[in-house]
Design a protein around this ligand. Structure first.
Ligand SMILES: Cc1cc2nc3c(=O)[nH]c(=O)nc-3n(C[C@H](O)[C@H](O)[C@H](O)COP(=O)(O)OP(=O)(O)OC[C@H]3O[C@@H](n4cnc5c(N)ncnc54)[C@H](O)[C@@H]3O)c2cc1C
Length: 439
């Protein structure tokens, strides 16, 4: 008999959202998950599955049953010919990355952190950068789904293709993802080169930057023209080496302190942004390492974020408008950086890159020592601009959109909803976040 715990408090990574599930489960087998769903059906409870708990919103929260997938973390199969790996859905990418190196394989692209679970990552459409690369769920070639009725569906292009098209960005509302098969690539090294530039230069030469580097992204320092360009590209180097001109750790302790001081003196924020650009980002930096060690970087301390995808051709207009909005309202302060990344169009129903090459514009307000900093005016200005340019918000990150918005911005939204209603007619996998999005 499966056993759940009461009294567990769940909090996301940034400690910005939390909940108290009635019962908390950590199953070790598919049979146990089936029993939990059976119990939920008998008691008329809702169920939320959670992976790494990293989503900066309430998407993974519930007051019903919570299933934490951390013990469903095995590698089930490695197909060396096809370079595909099948894993249990709760495996953390940090573990998967290390395991893959044993087979000479790697994932072609990764987000900033890997303490996230395979099913959690795809559930919210996690992305990195690189215009020849899709968001992370495009690396999925098959998955298995346990539905509310207790049925196991094998989904891929060749089997339940419609459900597969929906389930690669599933929002946690289609059922319990049990296994995922990733298309991998041969293990590779990345060379990262960072160098300073200006917003004007980067926006004027966007196409050439995109062509010059496979994984190009840039950081803009609000309240200034400063930009840090980051190129990451395949390299043949066999030995990892890193060359840093500044001890980042010390820099970021100082940053947290100064941002905390600026909560009393907000006019300091533009100076902090400029000062840290000067300290950390004005010299050229290089490093070479295994791909996942270069893709991942430390997101030092807790933060609020928004990250919308707009059509790539709108990048320049949207960023210049955000800059103008900040210049015209000097009381609105914005922490650095605005991180600008790119991803290729795909055909996943709820992918922010559905049918269009996209630019993601991630804005941030840190929470120095856990203290919230006013962000409403910045958030509203940003959201207004994103909406104007046809933006689609990141599913994991806080946004104020509802079904009415999503029906306008996602051609496949009705199809996703009808698939969900068929798979989960009683709404077992819903929560407050999903009700807002789907109704
Ligand atoms: C420090 C930090 C850095 C980040 N960097 C990036 C980045 O570079 N790019 C980016 O796009 N995003 C980024 N994110 C966001 C992050 O990638 C997403 O929030 C991702 O979904 C987190 O994965 P998780 O395993 O923690 O998912 P969770 O937050 O645990 O869950 C996410 C969703 O998946 C569902 N779910 C999880 N497992 C299952 C399952 N087995 N079956 C069914 N549903 C399931 C949950 O119910 C929920 O709806 C970052 C977040 C943090 C905190």
């Amino acid at each position: 008999q499966v056993h759940g715990h009461g009294g567990v408090q769940f909090q996301n990574w940034a400690k910005t959202y939390g909940c108290s599930p009635e019962l908390y489960f950590q199953p070790t087998s598919v049979e146990e998950i089936k029993e939990i769903l059976e119990l939920a059906r008998q008691r008329n409870k809702r169920v939320k599955v959670v992976g790494g708990g990293h989503s900066p919103s309430d998407i993974a929260c519930t007051d019903g049953f919570m299933i934490q997938m951390g013990k469903m973390n095995k590698i089930l199969k490695v197909d060396k010919e096809k370079k595909q790996v099948t894993v249990e859905a709760g495996i953390l990418l940090s573990d998967l990355n290390v395991e893959l190196t044993k087979y000479g394989l790697a994932l072609a692209n990764l987000g900033a952190v890997s303490e996230v679970a395979a099913a959690g990552v795809i559930g919210t459409g996690t992305h990195n950068t690189g215009i020849k690369h899709g968001i992370l769920p495009t690396q999925v070639v098959a998955l298995t789904l346990l539905t509310a009725a207790g049925e196991i569906l094998e989904c891929s292009e060749g089997s339940h293709a419609d459900i597969f098209q929906a389930a690669r960005v599933h929002l946690g509302c289609l059922g319990v993802v049990l296994t995922i098969t990733f298309q991998c690539v041969p293990e590779f090294y990345l060379q990262e080169t960072t160098f300073p530039s200006t917003l004007k230069e980067v926006l004027d030469n966007l196409d050439s930057h995109l062509q010059r580097s496979e994984y190009f992204r840039f950081l803009w320092f609000p309240h200034s023209e400063n930009v840090s360009v980051i190129y990451q590209d395949h390299t043949m180097a066999l030995m990892g080496w890193a060359l840093w001109f500044w001890d980042y750790a010390i820099g970021y302790y100082l940053l947290e302190f100064l941002l905390w001081v600026s909560t009393f003196l907000p006019f300091l924020v533009p100076w902090i942004n400029r000062g840290f650009f000067w300290l950390l980002f004005t010299s050229k930096g290089e490093k070479v390492d295994l791909s996942y060690k270069v893709f991942n970087y430390e997101c030092r301390f807790k933060q609020h974020v928004q990250d919308w995808a707009i059509p790539i051709e709108k990048t320049k207009d949207a960023l210049l408008e955000l800059k103008a909005a900040l210049e015209s309202s000097p009381k609105v302060v914005a922490h650095y950086p605005v991180e600008v990344r790119f991803a290729q169009a795909d055909s996943i129903l709820l992918s922010p890159c559905f049918q269009r090459d996209s630019c993601y514009m991630n804005i941030i307000m840190y929470r120095p020592y856990g203290k919230d900093v006013p962000r409403l005016d910045y958030w509203l200005a940003y959201e207004g601009i994103m909406k104007k340019f046809g933006g689609r918000p990141h599913w994991a990150k806080a946004h104020a959109c509802t079904r009415r918005d999503f029906e306008k911005i996602y051609p496949g939204f009705p199809k996703f909803c009808s698939i969900r209603e068929k798979l989960d007619p009683t709404g077992m996998f819903l929560n407050t976040y999903l009700e807002k999005v789907l109704y």
